[in-house]
Design a protein around this ligand. Structure first.
Ligand SMILES: C[S@@+](CC[C@H](N)C(=O)[O-])C[C@H]1O[C@@H](n2cnc3c(N)ncnc32)[C@H](O)[C@@H]1O
Length: 791
């Protein structure tokens, strides 16, 4: 792509860099004309889009190599590696529909099932057996394995049926004898055990929940912000206000091996590959079909061997091989189909561009033959920021728009012409993605040893568990895009599988804007940093209340301590002070602030001004006016931070010495004497020390530092912000390890905050919560016991 960029004549680059939406037809046509006469462009397109050069296609040789490696690992009892090798083999193996008897894909599924059985992953094993049988219904070994795993799961009735089918499919006398022996054992087990595990869900079900929003929303126009969503009535916190499926979605590249390419949930051990190319992995066949289209189906009535079975057994076998979700609704557009030819471009182009391809494919498929060249942008009805984009981004979007259209021309069934009109439409779609795209995140708990847990519970001692937000995908939600940003949002966005959920976190008055955070939030960064981020990433100047009205967090987050140790006033640098003065000019703060409030304590004179111009200078305390030499304070703080960084490195490498801890404690003291008591850096230092003390087993000290960190965060954020709940997760896990009864308070507070942000989905989004709740039960039982004991 760099070669293409460098070759563009300077004049044309400049014209593109300075272009507005009105110039797009002309700039796009000029660049297109230039590329058409530039040979390397045609090479790039051939490499990206011509199936002749495809590296992501299926290859029997490559599949057999991985299969061999899998067999080798299996015989050496290296089951984890064998599992991975068989999955890689499945990814590369072509599905030969002409050879359903000795089918490589079916063999690989059954080899993997054997490994899964050895690893104790029984449900996963069962699913792989069924997948092998759906391809090759007369595969005796697959019925046999299925029978064994069903028996291990306690599903004796199914196990007996499986083995009976296996017996009738098996051709060798020795094989039949082995099956009969197995049947005898299972019949014996069946008599002695009464528990039968019914497997309701053969495939990983998508996390859908029945709650629906009850509140009527309106779209209104707001000066300086464009369209916005408001409520027609007052809304209480924790109310679900919007649910939506994505218009288009894409998994981020770094999650390709760990998360499902359709629902974005974590992949199970029995991941399902795409049937036509070697890129995507899915958590289930349901997701694979939804993304890539209907898979090959075996019709049991056409299968002779099944027909020869007795009535009951025939019906049973037919049910197993007929995929139970086969009648699921599949959208007219399956988002991976147009990418699925093993060609390079979906793997190498940036995620946003592949996402633009998915939007285009959908728009093209839904357009009638005479409107393919008409206005996609109008139909998408999203705002964009082309005018304000930096010159470099404008040039990139021109190049990618042309490249994408040529790639799609090779892959899409719908025909369209590539010219100034269509290219300019794609440029706009790319700029719409820039401002409307939502990042899909999943919550993960990380224990002190660095082990991550998405769904399952950690088994080791739990001393500290951090909550980490993992970015897994990007998506366009059409109605969700009408919610504006606020650095003090009243709406929280989260995702279950692909579905967007929006829930209020505060009371919202009728007619008030419903706003979510696009990333920056009061408490996380100061106003200047937030404004810069939103300008760089989303190309707008934020007009939210957090950025236009004085708040404590913005003043103290990066502030210095007054030189007078007993004064609680904040000392600001010029960059922060300028920004705050700017706010004050527009919104002079009246005397409504309670004199006992922290904000009053930190910056008394701001409130004394009462609208008059402010004469505060950088370096002077906002409360008592004393001067602090910020330059020398910076030097001290920087030294302390280097020491804190060393502690953080030691935490990461799990090699914490007493010296590192004692140096960090001295640095914390320096930070506390130079920085304002609510400065975020102190909270971070306290947090580091909490982790370090936890790792060396000093849990009481760890708890003290964790509490100190939370006390600061409570000043920077709302008392009930989700960030506080994440910190309380750490605190409560230390308290539980210490058998400290106050864990119950922390956990019930976490529960309250989580249910405000996630409603009934809290346990689903963050399963670790259930573990913590069980921790409280322990204390309630103890309390009951002590109450009932004789006094
Ligand atoms: C996802 S869209 C939101 C809907 C948009 N207002 C519309 O009319 O379609 C994002 C765009 O809305 C505007 N916007 C959102 N939040 C804003 C804010 N806090 N201040 C100013 N503009 C904002 C910006 O133009 C931004 O590019």
């Amino acid at each position: 792509m760099e070669t293409l960029k460098e070759a563009i004549p300077e004049g044309l680059k400049e014209a593109i860099g300075n272009s507005s939406v009105d110039d797009l037809h002309s700039t796009c046509s000029s660049l297109h004309r230039f590329f058409l006469h530039f040979d390397p462009f045609h090479h790039v397109i051939a490499e990206l889009a011509n199936p002749k050069y495809a590296l992501c296609g299926k290859s029997e040789d490559a599949a057999l190599k991985s299969k061999q490696l899998g067999n080798h690992c299996f015989f050496n009892a290296d089951y984890a590696k064998a599992l991975d090798s068989y999955t890689q083999a499945l990814r590369k193996a072509p599905l030969d529909t002409n050879d359903m008897q000795s089918n490589l894909v079916a063999t690989l599924y059954i080899n993997r099932a054997t490994v899964l059985h050895k690893m104790g992953l029984l449900v996963e094993c069962l699913r792989d057996c069924s997948r092998a049988l759906q391809i090759c219904p007369s595969y005796a070994k697959a019925w046999y394995r299925r029978g064994k795993v069903n028996a291990a799961l306690g599903n004796y009735k199914d196990a007996i049926c499986d083995l009976n089918v296996a017996k009738s499919m098996e051709s060798s006398v020795g094989g039949k004898r082995q099956i009969e022996a197995e049947l005898k054992i299972i019949l014996g087990q069946c008599k002695t055990t009464s528990t039968v595990v019914q497997l309701q869900h053969m495939d990983n079900s998508l996390n859908t929940a029945g709650e629906m929003p009850q509140i009527k929303l309106q779209c209104v126009s707001i000066p300086d912000k464009g369209r916005s969503t408001v409520s027609s009535c007052a809304i209480s916190p924790g109310s679900l206000v919007h649910v939506e499926e994505p218009y288009a979605l894409i998994l981020l590249k770094q999650c390709r091996e760990t998360h499902c390419h359709y629902c974005l949930n974590e992949l199970p051990a029995d991941r399902v590959p795409c049937i036509s190319c070697s890129i995507p992995l899915y958590c289930s066949r349901r997701c694979q079909i939804r993304a890539g289209g209907r898979m090959l189906r075996i019709y049991p009535e056409n299968n002779g061997l099944i027909r020869n079975l007795t009535n009951d057994l025939g019906e049973y076998a037919a049910e197993v091989i007929q995929y139970n979700d086969s009648e699921q609704e599949i959208e007219d557009i399956t988002e991976h189909t147009h990418e699925c030819q093993g060609v390079h471009w979906p793997a190498v182009l940036p995620s946003e561009i592949v996402l633009a391809g998915r939007i285009l494919a959908r728009l093209l498929l839904n357009s009638t033959s005479d409107d393919t060249s008409t206005n996609f942008v109008e139909r998408l009805d999203l705002s964009h920021c082309y005018k304000y984009m930096p010159s470099e981004s404008k040039l990139d979007s021109h190049i990618y728009a042309i490249v994408l259209l040529y790639c799609l021309q090779h892959s899409c069934r719908t025909k369209f012409s590539i010219d100034g009109v269509s290219i300019s439409q794609v440029v706009i779609i790319i700029s719409q993605i820039k401002v409307n795209c939502m990042t899909i995140v999943r919550l993960k708990s990380i224990d002190v040893h660095g082990q991550g847990h998405f769904g399952e519970f950690p088994f080791q001692s739990l001393s500290t568990s951090n909550v980490e937000q993992v970015r897994v995908g990007k998506a366009i939600y059409k109605a969700g895009s009408l919610f504006n940003h606020s650095c003090q949002p009243n709406v929280h966005a989260y995702f279950l599988a692909r579905t967007l959920y929006l829930r209020t976190t505060k009371v919202v008055a009728a007619g008030c804007e419903l706003e979510l955070s696009y990333g920056p939030q009061v408490g996380l960064w100061d106003c200047k940093d937030r404004l810069n981020f939103l300008k760089d990433e989303y190309v707008f100047h934020c007009q939210c209340t957090g950025c236009s009205e004085v708040n404590l967090s913005d003043i103290v987050l990066n502030a210095f301590h007054c030189v007078n140790p007993n004064c609680s006033g904040a000392v600001l640098e010029s960059r922060v002070l300028d920004c705050e003065k700017q706010k004050n000019k527009h919104f002079p703060v009246p005397d409504i602030v309670d004199k006992k409030d922290d904000i009053f304590e930190a910056c008394l004179p701001l409130f004394k001004q009462n609208g008059a111009p402010i004469h505060i200078q950088p370096g002077y305390c906002l409360k008592c006016g004393s001067y602090r030499d910020l330059e020398s304070s910076h030097v001290t703080v920087d030294k302390a931070l280097i020491c804190m960084q060393m502690l953080q490195d030691a935490i990461l490498s799990k090699e914490i010495s007493n010296i590192a801890i004692s140096d960090a404690l001295k640095s914390l003291h320096l930070l506390r004497s130079n920085l304002h008591a609510y400065n975020r850096l102190i909270a971070e230092a306290e947090d580091n020390l909490a982790q370090a003390f936890c790792l060396v087993g000093e849990l009481q000290l760890s708890m003290d530092h964790c509490k100190a960190s939370i006390q600061i965060l409570e000043k920077l954020y709302d008392h009930d912000d989700i960030v506080i709940a994440y910190e309380l997760v750490k605190l409560s896990s230390i308290q539980l390890s210490l058998d400290d009864g106050t864990a119950a308070n922390s956990i019930s507070r976490i529960g309250d905050i989580f249910s405000r942000y996630y409603g009934p989905h809290a346990d689903l989004v963050f399963p670790y919560l259930q573990y913590l709740k069980r921790g409280i039960e322990k204390f309630s039982v103890e309390a009951l016991q002590s109450n009932s004991s004789p006094t």
